[in-house]
Design a protein around this ligand. Structure first.
Ligand code: NAD
Length: 251
């Protein structure tokens, strides 16, 4: 027993990639999962996949950049399954990798709205109910771009911001029993990387992958297992930590 079974988990960006893999993993370990995303069709598919494996999940269409949407997500979670014990705030977009001076204010705002304000919206709602309920565990998806310049300017800034919010939340809510950590994936084989490959060229992505000691992309499931570990009792003394899952790239 690692404390996941019987719990309630919220996963944003749950319609694809890392979010879907994490939702499936939470469900496989016996949690009831609320998956949230802007993509209603793929979200329904995540629920189907979980149910086909005997798990329990509910979809709530949510735009994480919209504070009212996120408030409704947490409210619906409480109404459906009870106060969440775990959350993965993971929805994100890559933005453009063009040089800073070639990007517009709108480019900047969109990435910050989804990646950083989205995590802010989720944290404020989740922390309130978890603290009232005696505790919980939250993971925010940052990136190696949260620790280095591994991406476009707005993306790098947003992912550094996610680590800042993670640390602030961990410091403030530890006494209330809520642990807050971040995962910092390297190149993981998802649709986000397919899109980056279209923009930057397959060769650039290949060069990044070949620069990693493990010489391959990561799989979404490899991030999912770290997320579930960070929410489990196995990591009971870990909080405020940005966990790098990158095949050694940052080394
Ligand atoms: P993905 O594009 O496969 O999935 C992202 C999901 O987020 C999609 O289902 C999308 O619809 C959803 N989403 C986008 N905007 C949203 C919004 N406003 N509200 C709700 N949902 C929204 O990408 P992924 O690779 O699974 O990425 C998941 C997270 O991991 C992102 O935060 C990303 O920045 C981060 N990340 C990915 C990689 C990688 O190499 N794939 C590396 C580091 C960090």
């Amino acid at each position: 027993m690692n404390g996941i079974e019987g719990g309630v988990a919220i996963v944003t960006g749950g319609a694809a990639g890392i979010g879907r893999a994490a939702a499936e993993r939470f469900a496989a370990e016996g949690a009831r999962v609320v998956v949230a995303d802007i993509d209603a069709d793929d979200l329904a598919e995540t629920v189907d996949l979980i149910e086909a494996d005997g798990g329990e999940a509910t979809a709530v269409e949510t735009d994480v950049s919209d504070a009212d949407d996120v408030a409704s997500l947490v409210e619906e979670t409480v109404d459906t399954y009870g106060v969440p014990d775990f959350a993965l705030n993971n929805a994100g977009i890559e933005g453009s990798s063009a040089p800073l001076a070639d990007q517009s204010l709108e480019d900047w705002k969109r990435v910050i709205d989804v990646n950083q304000t989205g995590v802010w919206n989720c944290l404020t709602e989740e922390l309130a109910v978890m603290a009232d309920n005696g505790g919980g565990a939250i993971v925010n998806t940052s990136s190696i771009a949260g620790l280095s310049a591994a991406g476009g300017g707005p993306y790098v800034a947003s992912k550094h911001g996610v680590i800042g919010l993670t640390r602030a939340a961990a410091a403030q809510y530890g006494p209330a029993g809520v642990r807050v950590n971040a995962v910092c994936p390297g190149v993981i084989d998802t649709e986000m990387i397919d899109r980056a490959s279209d923009e930057m060229g397959e060769e650039t992505i290949d060069q990044i992958v070949q620069a990693k000691p493990l010489r391959r992309m990561g799989e979404p499931e490899e991030v999912a297992s770290a997320v579930v570990w960070l929410c489990s009792d196995e990591s009971s003394f870990v909080t405020g930590h940005p966990l790098v899952i990158d095949g050694g790239y940052m080394a």
